[in-house]
Ligand binder design. Structure first.
Ligand code: GLU
Length: 276
């Protein structure tokens, strides 16, 4: 059975881009007679605002969507810790005590998701690992798994180029797990068969595919949809003035009509789907 999900983080209100993403995931599941899940990704305790989760539910209902809600990330911390211990036991994680400033000063390579960690703490392990972040040793991991592939419904078969992102953090200093580890485990635990999300997370999937192999968990398919962008081609974001769905809802706009328009790729003036 097809299972899709919408997995918003409660660190800002949902905007049109989220509405589009939720509708894509919802409709793909419904067309296949499958299930559409909502999972609140509230692992970042410093930025998460619990009251936003209720607003998310109200927004989705206003758009006319129906969903099954699965447990939020904050209830799943033990599973992240267990998986990280397995990876540590395989010698695939190393502690990193570099500060952001130290990393910024040492960066030499840019990847698709930003600067690549230069491997300082891999070459020169810290004496004291208290408060360290733990990074995945991607080259050691790839040696173990060999070449991996994954399938995007729109872009076709991909070779998992986890090396493009460098040694990503899996256990963060200030949060129980990183996005990469948590989302990979959660999608497997929730039985998601088609991971539907924006194209901005395409590169992250290379790492997720590698983690699935290392942790021996099921491999779904992916559907990375194009992003909604503003007139300057920039991804919509609340901080750049994209109106919150909650504001539209409270102003009395009809959510079902908005959803119907998004389904037909009819966007408010100045907003369009990014061409790849
Ligand atoms: N929680 C992530 C976000 O709000 C999305 C994660 C995902 O869809 O994989 O950007």
């Amino acid at each position: 059975m097809m299972v899709t999900r919408f997995a918003p983080s409660p660190n800002g209100p949902l905007h049109l881009g989220h509405a589009y993403s939720a509708i894509v995931a919802h409709d793909l599941a419904r067309e296949a007679g499958g299930r559409f899940l909502l999972r609140v990704e509230d692992i970042d305790g410093t930025r998460s605002k619990p009251e936003l989760s209720d607003a998310f539910r109200a927004d989705l209902a206003w758009l006319g969507l129906e969903w099954e809600e699965v447990p939020a990330q904050s209830t799943r911390i033990t599973s992240y810790a267990k998986a990280a211990s397995r990876l540590k036991a395989q010698g695939l994680l190393y502690p990193c005590v570099c500060t952001r400033t130290e990393i910024a000063a040492a960066i030499t390579t840019m990847g698709p998701e930003g600067p690549i960690y230069p491997g300082t703490c891999k070459r020169c392990p810290p004496d004291n690992t208290q408060g360290a972040a733990w990074r995945l040793d991607v080259s050691a991991a790839l040696k173990r798994t060999g070449e991996l592939t994954w399938i995007d419904a729109l872009a076709g078969e991909q070779i998992a180029r986890a090396d493009q992102l460098g040694d990503v953090v899996l256990l963060r200093k200030e949060a129980p797990a990183s996005y990469h580890l948590a989302v990979t485990l959660d999608d497997a635990a929730d039985g998601v068969t088609l991971v539907t999300r924006g194209r901005d997370l395409f590169a992250a999937t290379h790492i997720h595919r590698l983690l699935q192999e290392l942790l021996n968990i099921p491999v779904p398919r992916w559907h990375h949809h194009p992003l909604l962008v503003d007139g300057s081609g920039t991804k919509l974001a609340k901080r750049r003035g994209s109106p919150a769905l909650a504001d539209r809802r409270k102003a009395g706009e009809d959510g079902s009509s908005l959803a119907a328009n998004l389904r037909r790729n009819l966007f408010p003036s100045g907003i369009s789907l990014q061409q790849s």
